[in-house]
Design a protein. Structure first.
Length: 198
């Protein structure tokens, strides 16, 4: 019984030394709860074939453009289409990792989803580049469409305005059509009602 007691004490002492050693290697503010923010997630800083030091990425500190939007594409300067005509009324989600997805009001059979990437170009200004695969109503592949946007976010982050171009190509890369115009975006929140997005 004496030997078991000594072994148990030795194990507890060893464990205490390990815990103290690990605590001394930890960042000085790890235990400071006043600096802890909800919504944080672990992000690995680098990859060297093994786990390495990490940092906290605060979800609440994401870029103000990130979120869910109701977006109108309004014609301006297009031959045969009157200025002010709504070309598309879409839903778009701008993600914190610099990607974007849009659900267009086009018929699903012609491809109503496109995927994009964005970056901030100045304070409250953004550039978006996204692509869709277009089909005709009979199910024949047309080719890629490229939509480019330049957006200016409002100070309060509830809306944006900007410009866009849409270029439709055939499968060989020949440009078939070009449209341009103005954008209007309105942020959708958990409190947004259906009448707010119609």
């Amino acid at each position: 019984m004496k030997n078991m007691s000594k072994v148990a004490k030795l194990m507890i002492s060893s464990l205490a030394v390990i815990v103290l050693a690990m605590a001394s290697m930890a960042h000085a503010e790890c235990g400071n709860l006043k600096n802890f923010k909800m919504g944080a997630m672990w992000q690995e800083q680098s990859w060297r074939g093994e786990f390495s030091a990490g940092s906290l990425l605060l979800v609440s500190d994401s870029d103000p453009i990130v979120g869910f939007w109701k977006v109108k594409f309004i014609s301006k300067g297009n031959a045969g289409i009157p200025d002010g005509t709504v070309l598309d009324a879409a839903y778009a989600e701008w993600h914190g990792d610099g990607t974007e997805i849009m659900n267009s009001s086009r018929p699903p059979s012609t491809s109503n989803f496109c995927l994009g990437v964005w970056k901030q170009t100045a304070l409250l200004r953004y550039k978006l580049n996204h692509f869709a695969i277009s089909w005709d109503p009979n199910g024949n592949l047309i080719g890629p469409a490229n939509i480019r946007e330049e957006v200016r976010l409002s100070q309060d982050g509830s809306s944006f305005v900007g410009t866009f171009t849409i270029d439709q190509y055939d499968q060989a890369g020949n440009k078939l059509a070009h449209l341009s115009g103005q954008l209007q975006g309105k942020r959708i929140t958990v409190d947004t009602s259906i009448t707010d997005v119609l």
